[in-house]
Design a protein around this ligand. Structure first.
Ligand SMILES: Cc1cc2nc3c(=O)[nH]c(=O)nc-3n(C[C@H](O)[C@H](O)[C@H](O)COP(=O)(O)OP(=O)(O)OC[C@H]3O[C@@H](n4cnc5c(N)ncnc54)[C@H](O)[C@@H]3O)c2cc1C
Length: 375
């Protein structure tokens, strides 16, 4: 085991994973005079928020990322590393060649039903719902959605998209996946309700680089290839990889939905006029096309688009969306109890906590850990 001259281990913290969780923790630890070594199995820092620069366009390599938050402390914190632009996420939905605005708002209702006022839209929505009013306990996702929005919205926007996302028929999916469907009776296409939103000017790597400045990072380095050695380097371990893998899958594997991205460079300066266009039909195999330059109001002569395909998760692929059903929740709790009993270890981040975290959740969780840990 490596020891420093004082008999202590060389670092206060080994942080496994340079995603936003690990990077925020390491930054805060450094501010408190602690030493950190970060390792990541990928060839770059940033985890899922990493961007590749292709033809001077920041390409969100692991899926489109829009920063949005209601937490002023988190917003001020990220803005202290890089200025954010005024991008507002206003996705479109393509169904049988027709484009509709999302989230469901007066622009959507106007195109769908030809209604022009909120009162007309509410009447139409109530008419649609009325047909399913006798569903008291929805038995599956289809019944739940029909009860909440009626058949027009369900058939065009929800059915195909959700079935693609989960790889199963809506009749086989549990009702709890859709708790509520937000409707907006204004002409407002802003997808998020949070007061703060934007994309870092110059891309997310600026945020990661700012957080990790002056902190030692080793890339292409998998903790599991020599965990005894890595444990010997630091007094404590902050692990942001998969919690089930950490414990050798002892209680079974946690399940995920997989994703697959196909990036393409095109010789046009503007392919779809919007950063995000969803494809809601079941028969179209991808769920959305991202045109990355629009996140940063790019004026480059060419463009880069990404087709996003949902798919099964295989063990060696990247785990994307946790499947928080009963089986997985029980398994996760067992791992969490085990982790809590190890004093020099904290397992965090989206994979460590087996939760769908937005970026602001990850930042907040890492800040909270740092505040508690570094008092
Ligand atoms: C498709 C998609 C779209 C998203 N869009 C948004 C969005 O629009 N807005 C938003 O706020 N959030 C979005 N998110 C969520 C966002 O990606 C996460 O909140 C954030 O990246 C989580 O950060 P993290 O540090 O916890 O995990 P990660 O970014 O996954 O970082 C974990 C790191 O640990 C490393 N690692 C794992 N195991 C090991 C090991 N054994 N050894 C060494 N290194 C290891 C990984 O390589 C990785 O770099 C999206 C997520 C997905 C999947």
């Amino acid at each position: 085991m490596e020891k420093s001259k004082k008999g202590k281990k060389p670092y206060d913290y080994l942080v496994v994973g340079t995603g936003i969780f690990g990077a925020v923790f390491a930054y805060m630890a450094k501010q408190k005079g602690k030493t950190c070594l970060l390792i990541d199995k990928r060839p770059h820092t940033g985890g899922n928020i990493y961007c590749d620069s292709i033809n001077s366009i920041n390409v969100h390599k692991y899926g489109a990322h829009i920063f949005h938050t209601a937490n002023k402390e988190v917003w001020d914190f990220v803005n202290s590393f890089v200025e954010f632009n005024h991008y507002i996420n206003s996705p479109l939905a393509n169904y049988e060649g027709k484009l509709y605005n999302l989230p469901f708002n007066m622009n959507t209702f106007c195109k769908l039903w030809g209604v022009n006022t909120p009162a007309e839209a509410m009447i139409k929505l109530e008419e649609q719902r009325k047909n399913y009013a006798d569903i008291v306990e929805p038995a599956n996702l289809e019944e739940q959605a029909l009860k909440l929005c009626g058949e027009d919205i369900y058939n065009i926007f929800i059915k195909g998209y959700t079935e693609k996302q989960w790889g199963r028929s809506a009749l086989e999916l549990p009702a709890f996946i859709i708790k509520r469907i937000p409707f907006r009776f204004t002409f407002d296409n802003n997808y998020f309700n949070d007061p703060y939103q934007g994309i870092p000017k110059g891309g997310y790597n600026k945020l990661t680089d700012g957080l990790l400045e002056g902190i030692e990072v080793r890339l292409d380095t998998n903790y599991f290839y020599d965990r005894d050695y890595f444990d010997s380097l630091a007094e404590k371990v902050i692990f942001t990889g998969r919690i089930d893998e950490f414990f050798g899958f002892e209680y079974g594997e946690l399940e995920y939905r997989g994703l697959h991205f196909e990036h393409k460079c095109l010789e046009t300066d503007n392919y779809q006029g919007n950063a995000v266009v969803n494809y809601n039909e079941r028969k179209v195999p991808y769920t959305r096309i991202i045109e990355h330059k629009h996140f940063e109001f790019g004026t480059q002569p060419t463009t880069v688009i990404t087709h996003e395909y949902p798919g099964e998760f295989a063990k060696d692929n990247e785990p994307y969306y946790p499947i928080n059903d009963e089986r997985n929740t029980v398994i996760y709790k067992k791992y969490k109890e085990k982790a809590d009993q190890i004093p020099h270890l904290y397992i965090g981040g989206r994979l460590g906590q087996y939760a769908y975290f937005d970026m602001d959740d990850s930042v907040e969780a890492a800040m909270n850990l740092a505040k508690k840990e570094l008092k």
